[in-house]
Design a protein around this ligand. Structure first.
Ligand code: GLU
Length: 448
């Protein structure tokens, strides 16, 4: 088999979008699966639409996702240059060959020496190809009008440049969005004009939102730029995993896969024909799985900038680690630590009726008093708090829910929550004791 060479060919017209990232990622997985080359080519011929930093954003966030490549403008290989605007002479040369052979013609602009070049679509041809996702597709040449291959400013159009480049760069497979299906016959006719072998094409299905509508960049309900996910504290491995499932399904039920597992399992036969839904809950679920798998040190390091940005004082690295540990199981993205922090360290300590009722029914007064006395003696470390909880249980002959939920309500106001010793250590002696006192007073009021 010929060496696999695939490319991702973004136009630098904006930031790296989830749809582009998927195209890059599928090409990348395919290349790595077959030990082939993955090339990045910048298709910058739509000059008016190019944006500053468009190219830089592509590279920055592909790298962030953990995608690496073998050739690109900043990593030239034997097939450069890798930006189309640097290849204008090449396109001109091939367009001239078509002119000479009568397969294209000049179209002069009014009162001007300038001309565009149009491809002369042959009559009676059929352009059939077997799409790696869609199966057999076929178009007739009568469906296509003569089309411009070179504009009068010497810049080629996409459908022409893409063929010259894919051929010269020895691209074997092209995975791209399904909006390019109708471009494919135009591209095949250029391959035929030069008697070149076209690559195999695979057109990936559209991504739809939860209302089954095609995801549009204007869809405000869905965060769509990779940079935005990075800013919110989504983990690159999780985003990679999530995107890989947008139009591809692994052969086993296991959907949380490592980078290497995805490379190993990637198979074009498992590219889906149905539109892939951008399921926000699934993304949150996958990301929370990856967060849970982090070690606490890493999580603390990743969480720190979010806390600092929110002007939350970090008394010590140990405190930070405890905080990270406390919320590790509850975060869907790391930036959420700020909201969780505020919900937890609020100063208006009030019990809901249900929580208060629990204390009354369980006759928790003695329990809470005992705990308070023990805590007063403790150094408020996680271990000593844990010890105090157990001791309280023994002294008052209370166990299980009556013990743990009773103490949790009295000290945090919540009926459920993260590790109680860690939570109380973070809340600190003063806050906890004052809350316990309030509850004790309240319960005494009831009792007397
Ligand atoms: N520059 C084109 C795009 O961004 C590439 C299409 C292709 O892969 O052929 O849609």
């Amino acid at each position: 088999m010929q060496k696999v060479r695939v490319r991702y060919a973004p136009s630098p017209t904006g930031l790296l979008h989830i749809g582009n990232a998927r195209t890059a990622l599928f090409n990348y997985l395919f290349a790595r699966h077959y030990g082939g080359d993955f090339i990045i080519r910048i298709e910058d011929t739509d000059v008016a639409r190019n944006v500053k930093n468009g190219e830089a954003s592509q590279f920055k966030y592909l790298k962030w996702l953990g995608i690496n490549w073998d050739e690109s403008p900043d990593k030239p290989g034997a097939f450069g240059p890798y930006r189309q605007l640097e290849r204008l002479a090449i396109y001109q040369d091939y367009a001239n060959q078509l002119l000479e052979r009568g397969l294209a013609y000049k179209e002069y602009r009014e009162n001007s020496e300038k001309y565009a070049i149009r491809f002369k679509v042959p009559m009676g041809e059929v352009y059939a190809f077997s799409d790696l996702v869609r199966g057999d597709l076929s178009f007739e040449s009568k469906e296509v009008e003569d089309w411009i291959i070179m504009k009068d400013n010497g810049i080629p159009t996409y459908n022409f440049a893409v063929v010259i480049d894919d051929h010269l760069m020895e691209i074997t497979h092209v995975f791209r969005g399904e909006e390019h299906i109708t471009n494919t016959p135009k591209q095949i006719m250029v391959y035929r004009a030069f008697d070149w072998e076209p690559p195999l094409f695979g057109h990936m299905t559209i991504i739809v939102n939860e209302k089954k509508k095609k995801l549009s960049k204007r869809d405000k309900d869905v965060v769509q730029f990779i940079s935005e996910y990075a800013d919110m504290g989504y983990l690159p491995e999780a985003i990679f995993n999530f995107i890989a499932l947008l139009g591809w399904s692994p052969p086993t039920n296991k959907e949380i896969l490592s980078h290497d597992e995805m490379i190993e399992q990637f198979d074009t036969k498992r590219l889906t024909k149905a539109p892939s839904m951008f399921d926000k809950e699934k993304l949150a679920f996958i990301n929370s799985k990856y967060i849970k798998a982090l070690d606490v040190e890493t999580l603390a390091r990743l969480a720190k900038p979010y806390l600092e940005k929110a002007s939350i004082a970090i008394p010590s690295e140990d405190w930070l680690k405890l905080l990270a540990e406390l919320f590790q199981d509850r975060m869907t993205h790391i930036g959420e630590i700020v909201t969780l922090y505020h919900a937890f360290f609020h100063d208006d300590f009030k019990l809901t009726d249900e929580a208060y009722q629990f204390l009354v029914e369980q006759k928790s007064l003695t329990l809470i008093e005992t705990f308070k006395n023990l805590l007063e003696q403790s150094d408020m470390s996680v271990a000593s708090i844990e010890q105090a909880i157990k001791q309280t249980g023994k002294d008052t002959e209370t166990k299980g829910k009556a013990l743990w939920m009773g103490l949790r309500i009295a000290s945090t106001g919540d009926m459920h929550g993260p590790s109680l010793p860690v939570a109380l250590c973070l809340l600190g002696r003063e806050r906890v004791l004052s809350r316990l006192n309030d509850v004790i007073k309240g319960l005494r009021g009831i009792i007397s």
